[in-house]
Write a protein that binds this ligand. Structure first.
Ligand SMILES: O=C(O)CCC(=O)C(=O)O
Ligand SMILES: [Fe+2]
Length: 344
């Protein structure tokens, strides 16, 4: 796009007439390019699914959580209490924004492309790392908690229920995040409010990501390999596969399950659990035939909060969350480089 300050959007590139090649800044170096996952042993590589209808005090659920967090750092939850109709509604809003609104209308909500994590419509995750390869993804980021950050007037006006649905989704997903943080805490013998208390005021961002179909999926990534910075991310996807989590050095595709919510452990959970639970390294791949949509709700502490391991001997340095975020945006994620730098 030519206007200064406006983000360069993947959708505008994908819609151009010359569709057979991607611009060079989207081409990953050979070592990061996706390789088709082997279909052998596919059934051995399904991320775990936890049924939250099981009594949350039961040892069974705690054992399952412990196993899923230790082995994967990511798992699906079902019977999670968030109405399935609400999951469908927010996916519908996302598709409407990216597929039905004209570009000129979408650009009314453009984020400030010079400041990291600014609210609105954009494409570039990193600002300072000018030399990094770009992701084949556009997004709309909503600031939803604390309520003082929630300004629905900055969100799309169409369809008319857009803001109401995002607010409802934000409230419901926050309750689920708090429940899961409680389960994670008790699964380690901590009090159920331990992580929530350590987190202090909860910050939530909801990012709808849109990955246009890509003429050269073998050369690109929708989202580069990273772990999420905060405590936990709750993610839903549409019916197009593309999210992969790293498991024992291999990339495993997370099959879309429309009624399930994917829990992704973030770096602050790795720190507070002293590495007993590891944050999940994940990425998104692209495909040549269909666009893909996901909705991620991130749950983070305030930038003034210091996160410290709950167990001794400490294997990670404590960190001021604001410093962690600045370093992540400046250096880029590069897999789990940022959390690895805190290892003692
Ligand atoms: O789109 C996806 O499935 C992944 C999104 C994600 O990992 C993120 O936004 O941090
Ligand atoms: Fe992520």
């Amino acid at each position: 796009m030519e206007f200064s300050g406006a983000p360069i959007l993947v959708q505008s590139i994908a819609q151009q007439d010359v569709k057979s090649v991607v611009p060079p800044q989207y081409i990953q170096p050979p070592e990061n390019r996706p390789i088709k996952p082997s279909t052998e042993n596919a059934t051995d590589h399904q991320i775990p699914t936890l049924d939250l209808a099981t009594d949350s005090d039961s040892n069974l659920l705690r054992d399952e959580i412990r196993r899923a967090c230790t082995d994967w750092g990511a798992f699906h939850v079902v019977n999670h209490g968030v109405p399935i109709s609400l999951l469908d509604e927010i996916r519908k809003l996302g598709s409407f924004f990216f597929e039905d609104l004209p570009m000129a209308e979408r650009l009314r909500y453009a984020c400030d492309s010079n400041s990291p994590a600014s609210e609105g419509y954009g494409s570039r995750m990193l600002v300072a790392a000018n030399d990094s390869v770009l992701d084949w993804r556009d997004y709309f980021d909503h600031h939803t908690f604390p309520l003082s950050r929630r300004l629905p007037s900055k969100w799309p006006h169409f369809p008319s229920n857009y803001r109401e649905v995002v607010e409802e989704y934000s409230d419901q997903i926050k309750l689920l995040a708090q429940k899961i943080l409680g389960l994670i805490s008790t699964s380690l013998g901590l009090s159920s409010s331990f992580i929530e208390d350590a987190m202090g005021e909860l910050y939530q961002n909801i990012t709808i990501s849109y990955y246009p179909s890509c003429p050269q999926p073998e050369l690109t990534l929708g989202l580069q390999s990273h772990s999420d910075m905060g405590f936990i991310t709750l993610l839903i996807q549409d019916n197009v596969a593309g999210l992969q989590v790293s498991k024992d050095g291999e990339w495993v595709t997370v099959d879309p399950v429309s009624h399930a919510i994917l829990v992704i452990l973030g770096d602050q959970t790795e720190i507070i659990t002293n590495g007993i639970y590891k944050s999940s390294q994940h990425r998104a791949i692209t495909n040549a035939s269909k666009p893909r949509l996901s909705v991620a709700a991130f749950h983070d502490p305030a930038k003034t909060t210091t996160v410290t391991p709950a167990f001794k001997p400490q294997r990670y340095h404590q960190v001021l969350y604001g410093d962690y975020v600045s370093s992540w945006y400046t250096k880029g994620p590069n897999g789990k480089r940022n959390i690895d730098a805190l290892l003692i």
